[in-house]
Design a protein around this ligand. Structure first.
Ligand code: GUN
Ligand code: ZN
Length: 458
């Protein structure tokens, strides 16, 4: 067969064709829906499957008559829904076994459950086993891209990257920088006992991991200062310098999640204007920088996020579970800073994007705006916008617009096949849906992993 499409590899590989109801987004974030859609994909020169075209069957089916489409079988799934794979902008793979650990807020939760669980990742066999479970869970729930925390042990990063590479997943992770206020076995150690170079050693380890993994297959590295309280000034400064030397590497951390945490940061850095300003002073605000939570910010902080191209990973199930507070979607929209949805497992309670979108919706409803002293009912975020925030919008927050999270030509072919009949109640509600908004809202409110029939990774 003759190949003419732009992603033709040297050895011609056949295109693949999927016909079903189809959801994607335009460049403005508006939903594009085809009740009878066609998605065409083919591998690029590196073997990564990419979208050739997506749209109405009636507009695209002629492409199946082209010479290079001879012999292509069309997978036909009427009554299902093809949608972009979900993008989780913040999740902790070592916290799979921490989900649902009760505590009186963030700091006791970290000390009593999370830090002890993470200490176990010094053992590569444990890391490998949990990495596999973690990626199984992401894929079962339709998440095809994640920006994930590992632990402070470099082997925990190796384990997750190796497992993701074997699955051809797009995954970004990095080792936790935490050289103070953390227990032995988790705090970054010096290069040899008795030496005082823990910050320097942790940064050299990070750089070695960048060189080993960043840009391999679909993997990316994230410089990962855990949060201000666990990092010395030297470590934060070094992380900022590393971020400047590797501009296409990601940065991930936490900011302004919990009031006790914020008071602690104020004690540690009394000269800073705000918690976010600490990161700014150390050169840790730039594009491809993603801070989880960002609940207790002010408009100066939000303008700083916007002007530096930094993003917030909104983590509503975690914020409700830990009682951290309600993310202010209205203020984020007004300021225009990047933000996307995140599970934040194990502070978060579910891998399911439907659960996360639902919690985001509740959060918007409950965040009372006080205007002129008069409380005003919160937002009613539209289902399409919630979905965008977990797909194309999340990808944009990660600096991956057009690469993942959507089904535009050239995008990596990460998509999910959803089943509107997965449960009796979902079947009943989706059958009665009169609009795309009602269909998407039925998935958000009633859907779970049973609705994800298949996840396709490139
Ligand atoms: N802040 C610092 N570390 C963590 C963590 O593991 N989870 C959450 N939710 N917040 C943090
Ligand atoms: Zn987190």
């Amino acid at each position: 067969a003759q190949c003419s499409h732009p992603h033709t590899p040297l050895q011609c590989q056949p295109m693949k064709a999927y016909r079903a109801p189809l959801l994607s987004f335009d460049a403005q974030g508006q939903p594009l829906y085809e009740s009878d859609g066609l998605l065409l994909t083919a591998p690029d020169a590196r073997g990564t499957e990419r979208v050739l075209a997506s749209g109405a069957w009636s507009a695209l089916s002629h492409k199946l008559q082209a010479p290079d489409a001879q012999g292509v079988t069309v997978q036909h799934w009427p009554g299902k829904l093809i949608a972009p794979g979900f993008v989780d902008t913040h999740v902790h793979y070592p916290q799979v076994d921490v989900i649902g650990s009760p505590a009186d807020g963030l700091l006791p939760w970290l000390e009593n459950y999370t830090f002890p669980a993470e200490t176990k990742f010094a053992d590569p066999a444990h890391a490998q086993a949990v990495a596999s479970v973690f990626l199984d869970e992401l894929q079962r729930h339709g998440v095809t891209t994640a920006l994930a925390f590992a632990t402070s042990h470099p082997t925990s990063v190796d384990a997750l990257f190796a497992e993701a590479q074997a699955r051809r997943m797009r995954l970004i992770t990095g080792m936790c920088l935490m050289d103070q206020n953390a227990p032995d076995g988790l705090r970054n150690p010096p290069s040899a006992p008795g030496r005082g170079d823990a910050a320097e050693h942790s940064l050299l380890q990070s750089e070695a991991l960048i060189q080993r993994w960043h840009g391999q297959s679909r993997l990316g590295y994230a410089i990962t200062p855990r949060f201000v309280p666990t990092c010395t000034d030297a470590q934060l400064r070094g992380a900022g310098e590393l971020a400047a030397r590797y501009p296409d590497v990601w940065v991930q951390s936490h900011v302004a999640e919990n009031r006790d945490e914020i008071a602690w940061v104020r004690e540690l850095h009394p000269q800073a204007r705000s918690y976010l300003d600490v990161y700014h002073r150390f050169g840790l605000l730039r594009e491809r920088t993603v801070y989880a939570h960002g609940i207790h910010l002010d408009d100066t902080d939000r303008a700083l996020l916007r002007d530096t191209g930094s993003a917030i990973a909104v983590s509503p199930t975690s914020n409700l579970f830990l009682g951290s507070g309600l993310f202010d979607f209205a203020a984020a929209q007004r300021s225009g800073h990047l933000h996307g949805l995140a599970s934040d497992v194990g502070g978060g309670t579910s891998f399911s994007p439907f659960e996360t979108m639902k919690a985001a919706y509740f959060t918007g409803r409950m965040a009372l705006e006080s205007q002129g002293g008069v409380p005003k009912a919160g937002l009613s975020l539209s289902p399409a916008h919630l979905w965008w925030l977990h797909t194309a919008g999340a990808a944009q927050a990660l600096g991956l617009a057009g690469v993942v999270g959507n089904l535009c030509p050239g995008a990596e072919a990460d998509f999910v096949l959803l089943n509107p009949q997965a449960t009796p109640l979902l079947a009943r509600r989706t059958a009665a849906a009169q609009s795309l908004a009602e269909l998407l809202f039925a998935f958000i409110i009633l859907g779970d992993d049973r609705a994800v029939e298949r996840s396709f990774c490139a």
